[in-house]
Write a protein that binds this ligand. Structure first.
Ligand code: ZN
Length: 621
């Protein structure tokens, strides 16, 4: 096992700003002092309780209790082990990783399967990209398709690493085998068809994508995790999906369709005030938007949009403009999407072109450039107007019965919004658009909600996942209080180390183990300071505990008093059980006593003396 040098880990933590790492996943805003705040990536929430302290290098969520440092953040959000997380950070920030002598370096055998499949995709993307640029039949045909037919530029192909799979697809297997990826990775990467029991050879690796234009799909962190392959004239007749215009990678250890939005890795850095996400239907639409300078476009991966995608999106921005085809299918998709979006707390608007029945964003932007965006924004419909139009295209001529039915359809969507204010405004909008009397619309909506509640009450209670409650520390309050003191009032550490015997500390809990270790450092004048604790922390539980303690603002008036109280409690906890045991033994003449009554009496008076002794930190031995 390669072991990364602790000095290297320390160096990395000093040089990389935690806020830069977190900002890849969470939109952070100032929260007083140096602290930043955002929506927690570890639990679902609508008001930010995820705090980052870039100076100290720790994060803490007051909602779900998760806390940690730069390395635990990368480990948890990218599902990597410790070394992989350090290596990933090193790579990202250009910091060379050093290994302990003799422990080797990063090797294929030690990579987790996920990491290996990521690496394999990286290599495959490069392979396809080189094939796209090659001056041969495949390259020429694909570039022709890209530039002449689709009218994209060569620069855009470079930027997104657009690739080509040749008609036989055979090059890829050989290239990947040369890179010595493991059998497991080759089997599970999704780029090949492999029979379950077949040994991995060049012959058994049958490429999934042949004769197709390859669009790399990146996750929100910019790592290639899948491909979308577009049909071309080179797609062979024996392709099992010959007639499919687009073929996607199957689900793999690194690719779950429902958790991915195309171009989110780039768009999320471009969104902001007045610059909402623009949701388009396909990847090439999103690429077209990008090419004309509309950098906030994203596309769902596959046909329907999932809740997971919306929650992911919401981490970065709440406003979304939807650019769906205005034909029937596009409308249906939009209506399915709307309730989920409201539930996720997104603000939705629909982009439409006045008078146009069919708007194709690809064509629109190709012909008119970015100016077209301003025009479609001027004609944008609010979520409710869109929903009303879909439910009832022509309100003035509709009967009361039809209007009422349309209102019910829209109410079902509105009920997903959490805020009462939002709901009420939506009902106003619906009433205006469907030409319903306002008071009647509100009354109907209330009736609708009541019926819905009755229905919900009649259903068996489902498993509603809630944020886990913060871990209770009641059993180890004293150790925890003393730890808090050591971290926030470092001067107290040394006297504390002299006043607290090691055997009073309960080592079975991280708080106790840490306190014991910290006091040892204080005692020997080796305390590195609270910002350099990495070498003293042995487990994730310990790292997490320290991070959460560093985030606490101790409300102590008098830290010395708290220390004394903590000591007193630990002393009581340590000595009293023995005292009770002795008294029980002395009171029961038939008891089998482990030692003679005289020494028990002696021990009892010694315990009494110890328990009564005033606690003074200054009285260090
Ligand atoms: Zn949280």
């Amino acid at each position: 096992m390669p072991v990364i040098k602790p000095t290297c880990v320390r160096d990395l933590k000093l040089r990389v700003n935690l806020a830069d790492v977190v900002a890849r996943m969470v939109t952070l805003r100032k929260a007083g002092g140096a602290r930043l705040k955002g929506l927690c990536p570890f639990h679902n929430e609508k008001t930010p309780s995820f705090n980052v302290d870039p100076d100290k290098g720790y994060y803490h969520c007051f909602g779900c209790g998760k806390s940690g440092d730069i390395i635990s953040f990368v480990r948890e959000t990218e599902q990597l082990n410790f070394s992989e997380a350090v290596e990933a950070l090193g790579k990202r920030f250009g910091i060379p990783i050093e290994y302990e002598e003799g422990s080797g370096g990063p090797s294929t055998a030690d990579r987790t399967l996920r990491q290996e499949v990521f690496d394999l995709h990286d290599a495959a993307a490069e392979h396809y990209f080189q094939a796209f640029k090659a001056k041969d039949t495949t390259g020429d045909a694909m570039r022709h398709l890209w530039i002449e037919q689709r009218r994209f530029t060569a620069e855009l192909a470079d930027e997104f690493k657009i690739g080509a799979a040749d008609a036989t697809g055979s090059g890829l297997g050989a290239a990947m085998m040369r890179r010595k990826f493991s059998e497991e990775a080759l089997r599970r990467c999704g780029l090949f068809f492999v029979y379950d029991d077949a040994a991995i050879t060049l012959q058994s690796l049958r490429p999934r994508f042949r004769g197709r234009l390859m669009i790399p799909i990146r996750d929100h962190q910019g790592r290639v995790c899948a491909f979308t392959a577009r049909q071309t004239d080179l797609t062979p007749a024996d392709d099992p999906a010959k007639d499919a215009k687009y073929v996607n990678s199957p689900e793999t250890p690194i690719f779950t369709k429902g958790n991915l939005l195309f171009n989110l890795d780039r768009a999320r850095t471009a969104v902001g005030e007045g610059k909402p996400f623009v949701m388009v239907e396909g990847q090439l639409d999103a690429l077209r938007c990008w090419s004309v300078g509309l950098k906030t476009a994203i596309a769902p991966q596959g046909t329907s949009i999932t809740e997971g995608q919306l929650v992911l999106m919401r981490r970065y921005h709440t406003q979304v403009e939807c650019f769906f085809d205005s034909d029937g299918a596009g409308q249906k998709a939009a209506l399915r999407f709307l309730p989920m979006a409201l539930k996720a707390g997104l603000e939705i608007r629909f982009l439409t072109l006045a008078g146009d029945s069919k708007v194709d964003p690809d064509l629109l932007f190709l012909e008119r450039g970015l100016a077209a965006y301003d025009e479609v924004r001027r004609g944008a419909q609010s979520a409710m107007v869109f929903a009303c139009r879909a439910a009832l295209p022509d309100p003035p001529t509709a009967s009361a019965e039809l209007k009422s039915r349309a209102a019910q359809t829209v109410f079902e969507i509105i009920a997903n919004a959490e805020s009462a204010v939002t709901r009420s405004e939506f009902v106003n909008e619906t009433a205006a658009h469907l030409r319903l009397p306002l008071a009647a619309a509100h009354k109907d909506f209330q009736t609708f909600l009541q019926r819905q509640n009755r229905l919900a009450a009649a259903r068996p209670p489902g498993a509603v996942p809630a944020a886990p409650p913060p871990t209770p520390h009641t059993a180890h309050t004293s150790e925890r209080d003393l730890l808090l003191l050591c971290l926030h009032f470092e001067a107290i550490g040394k006297p504390l180390s002299h006043s607290l015997p090691h055997d009073w500390i309960d080592l079975s809990h991280p708080a106790g183990a840490l306190l014991n270790r910290f006091l040892g450092e204080f005692e020997h004048d080796l305390w590195p300071g609270k910002d350099h604790l990495e070498n003293l922390l042995e487990t994730d539980a310990e790292r997490s505990m320290v991070a959460s303690l560093l985030f606490e603002t101790p409300g102590f008036e008098d830290p010395l008093k708290v220390a004394q109280e903590g000591l007193r409690q630990l002393r009581t906890r340590a000595l009293e059980p023995r005292l009770r045991q002795i008294e029980l033994a002395l009171a029961n003449p038939h008891a089998e006593i482990e030692s003679d009554p005289i020494s028990l009496l002696k021990e009892r008076s010694e315990l009494h003396r110890l328990l009564r002794q005033p606690i003074s930190l200054a009285a260090s031995a």
